[in-house]
Design a protein around this ligand. Structure first.
Ligand SMILES: NC(=O)c1ccc[n+]([C@@H]2O[C@H](COP(=O)([O-])OP(=O)(O)OC[C@H]3O[C@@H](n4cnc5c(N)ncnc54)[C@H](O)[C@@H]3O)[C@@H](O)[C@H]2O)c1
Length: 274
């Protein structure tokens, strides 16, 4: 057999869309895909920086990358994004369904469960769940037309698998206020895992693989108290660095995982293994 195992990770001539690509993890995901040779589409609702993230990729990796404004909760916006990608690259090989909302109203987002408003609940599900559905549907359709399969990776969270230990939030601050993990976030991320399994079996005969990538808590400006309390719960005794999520993405996106579908790679320093 003449297989180059190193080349299994080569993504040259493949087009990859990353929703939420302008976010903290999203930028690392985009860089990893670009370095592996893919043409990367940074698709994000953050108008101000989406093009800047794509420009940075172009400067760094010398391949063709595109920033596109896209609100994943809007069917029209998703269709428009897909059209632009087809126009520029002609095809889509990889989708990283990764966008998630922290809400425009942080007080409503972190409200206690007993006070949680239905409007806020729906606002988060519209992005974290409806958005995954809309983008997977649009990209899957396109992959079927192309006829050469593809790889879809969907970002869940450790809190889609297990409840947070609510005690870690005492004196834990982020974005200038006391935080928690709201139920709607856990629910949306548990649903992502279900959607992945459904689509993996549904599209298996079309050679479209669908897998979940599950990050554990990643350092992104939380205060020391939160970091200490969270890290105490983790067998590896620390939070993740964003860059530590990228290896699993490259595995799932590439031919290195050609017989893997419907699975979930959990990158949590052992938190879910206790
Ligand atoms: N950071 C962590 O500790 C952690 C842990 C577990 C899971 N995750 C998951 O990883 C993914 C990336 O997280 P992150 O830390 O980079 O978060 P982030 O908030 O930095 O990035 C999310 C990105 O999604 C974009 N976005 C929000 N609403 C959108 C919409 N309607 N349409 C398109 N884009 C939209 C935002 O503009 C942002 O750029 C998310 O799915 C998140 O739930 C993160």
């Amino acid at each position: 057999m003449n297989i180059s195992y190193k080349n299994l990770y080569d993504l040259s001539n493949r087009t990859a869309i990353v929703t939420g690509g302008a976010g903290i993890l999203g930028r690392h995901f985009c860089s990893g895909l670009a370095e592996a040779g893919a043409n990367v589409v940074v698709a994000d609702v953050n108008k101000e920086i989406v093009q800047k993230v794509a420009d940075d990729l172009n400067n760094e990796y010398g391949t063709r990358h595109l920033g596109i404004f896209c609100d994943v909760s809007s069917p029209e916006s998703v269709q428009d994004m897909i059209l632009q990608v087809k126009r520029k690259f002609g095809k889509i090989d990889i989708l990283h369904n990764n966008a998630a909302s922290k809400s425009n109203n942080i007080d409503k987002f972190f409200a206690p469960f007993e006070e949680y408003s239905l409007a806020q609940w729906r606002e988060i599900l519209a992005v974290n769940l409806d958005g995954m559905f809309l983008v997977a549907q649009a990209v899957g359709k396109q992959m079927i037309v192309q006829g050469s399969g593809g790889s879809i990776i969907q970002t869940a969270s450790i809190y889609g698998l297990m409840s947070p230990d609510h005690r870690i939030y005492e004196n834990s601050f982020y974005l200038g206020r006391q935080i928690n993990t709201p139920a709607v976030y856990c629910v949306s991320k548990a649903a992502v895992i279900g959607l992945t399994k459904y689509l993996a079996t549904y599209w298996a005969d079309k050679q479209i693989r669908v897998n979940t990538l599950t990050p554990g808590g990643t350092e992104s400006g939380q205060n020391d108290e939160f970091n200490r309390r969270y890290s105490d719960r983790v067998p590896m005794r620390r939070m993740a660095n964003a860059s530590e999520m990228v290896g699993a993405l490259l595995y799932l996106a590439s031919d290195a995982s050609s017989y893997v579908t419907g699975q979930n790679i959990i990158i949590d320093g052992g938190l879910s293994a206790w």
